[in-house]
Design a protein around this ligand. Structure first.
Ligand code: GTP
Ligand code: MG
Length: 383
């Protein structure tokens, strides 16, 4: 969707970022802006500067006020920017009006995240899912006067009698969306079957969930002997990986590493990634990995729980993993229990390995090995 001009070097786009904030605490606003910058830079776009602002009420025409539009236009001209990225979702009309007023390409948050996902997708399924999300998003933007789509001309024989270019585009996109749905339906069925056979064999699945960059893949690699890519880039993992987990005193389990979440995850993306996310919904336990060293960890936990709610996984039991304790001063690994005595939180460092033993202990309590159950029942009977 978001093409970098071919053969034009690494930084084909120089962007001005726009972040409008509402009434949030100052630290959350700072971290949100830093995350936005990182998201944009990770696509290879050169970031010139961020323009921040406060918004009181939604503006139907431009999203932002007229004064702000003029300010951005001035910056675009002064800094020779060729792209403006908004950290918000824009309606098709708002994006079009902004492109006309700013005289340069405008990208909204959904398009940005979709672009990152398309760069990261590796598996066949991942690629299908991203393409579906992109086309679904694009189809809402197929309106007359959408300047950068004008070059999409259909070939000879592709256009039906009396169809305008717009109708042809809509029809072709509609066909492709149906085709992708069909293919993903087959993948979904396969996943469903393998989940069923795991269920029959009574092998519970534990799913790692959490905000992007929380350390899920690092923990996954630490618990299994897998070599999943763990990287400081946001959304390093897109494709789910499953591994058997064999730990002493714990019954055989399957551990799943999946895509990370982010605030305001685009709806089209959640829809397209449904089959991946169902793995989470059907899990016996979620290990909710949190970057405990982040100032806004409570905000991030709430964002993840919101996505879990969207996909119907809010009822799955959760064990919170407060990760990266090596980055917190005087923080020791520890277990926390809730009022009923159940372990609800483990403080550890997936990178250094401190506290991993405590996590194993927690899993042994949640999923005791069969012999342990039998032994304890025998012990009870003996009493
Ligand atoms: N200091 C420290 N860094 C860590 C720890 N765990 C992970 N990291 C780092 O955090 C970054 C992100 O780790 P990942 O394991 O890729 O995070 P993720 O949650 O899988 O991220 P996504 O796949 O993008 O959702 C990497 O640079 C890791 O090296 C930890 O316990 N301590
Ligand atoms: Mg990962």
């Amino acid at each position: 969707m978001f093409e970098h001009p071919k053969g034009s070097g690494k930084y084909s786009y120089s962007a001005i970022l726009v972040h409008i904030h509402f009434h949030v605490p100052a630290y959350a606003y700072r971290e949100e802006q830093a995350e936005f910058r990182e998201l944009v830079s990770s696509t290879g776009i050169e970031v010139i500067r961020t323009i921040a602002g406060r918004r009181q009420a939604p503006h139907p025409k431009y999203f932002i006020g007229r004064g702000k539009v003029d300010e951005i236009r001035g910056r675009v001209d002064a800094e020779q920017a060729n792209l403006v990225v908004f950290n918000h979702d824009l309606s098709p009309a708002q994006a079009r009006n902004l492109e006309q007023s700013l005289q340069c390409r405008v990208l909204d948050r959904t398009e940005l995240i979709l672009d990152i996902f398309s760069q990261r997708a590796r598996s066949h399924e991942g690629k299908l899912q991203v393409e579906l999300a992109q086309l679904q998003h694009l189809s809402t933007r197929l309106v007359r006067g959408w300047s950068h789509l004008e070059r999409q001309k259909g070939g000879i024989g592709l256009r039906g009698p009396g169809e305008t270019q717009l109708e042809t585009d809509r029809r072709l996109i509609g066909n492709r969306i149906r085709q992708l749905h069909k293919r993903l339906g087959r993948v979904r069925k396969q996943r469903h079957q393998s989940r069923r056979s795991r269920h029959k064999a009574q092998v519970p699945t534990i799913s790692l969930v959490g905000y992007t960059n929380a350390g899920k893949s690092t923990l996954f690699n630490r618990l299994t002997t897998a070599q999943v890519l763990a990287d400081s880039r946001l959304f390093a993992t897109l494709d789910p990986t499953l591994r058997r987990l064999r730990l002493a005193m714990v019954r055989p389990l399957v551990l799943a590493d999946t895509v990370g979440f982010i605030r305001n995850l685009p709806h089209d993306l959640v829809e397209a990634f449904r089959s991946t996310l169902e793995e989470t919904r059907d899990a016996a336990l979620l290990l909710h990995v949190v970057d405990a060293s982040s100032e806004e960890r409570q905000v991030l936990i709430a964002q993840v729980n919101r996505v879990l709610q969207t996909i119907g996984a809010e009822e799955v039991p959760q064990l919170e993993i407060y990760n990266k304790i090596d980055q917190i001063e005087n923080c020791q690994p520890r277990l926390e229990r809730d009022a009923s005595g159940r372990i609800c939180r483990v403080w550890l460092s997936a990178a250094s390995g401190e506290g991993i033993e405590l996590l194993r202990q927690a899993l042994a309590e949640y999923f005791p090995a069969k012999e342990t159950v039998v032994n304890s029942q025998q012990a009870i009977r003996a009493c």
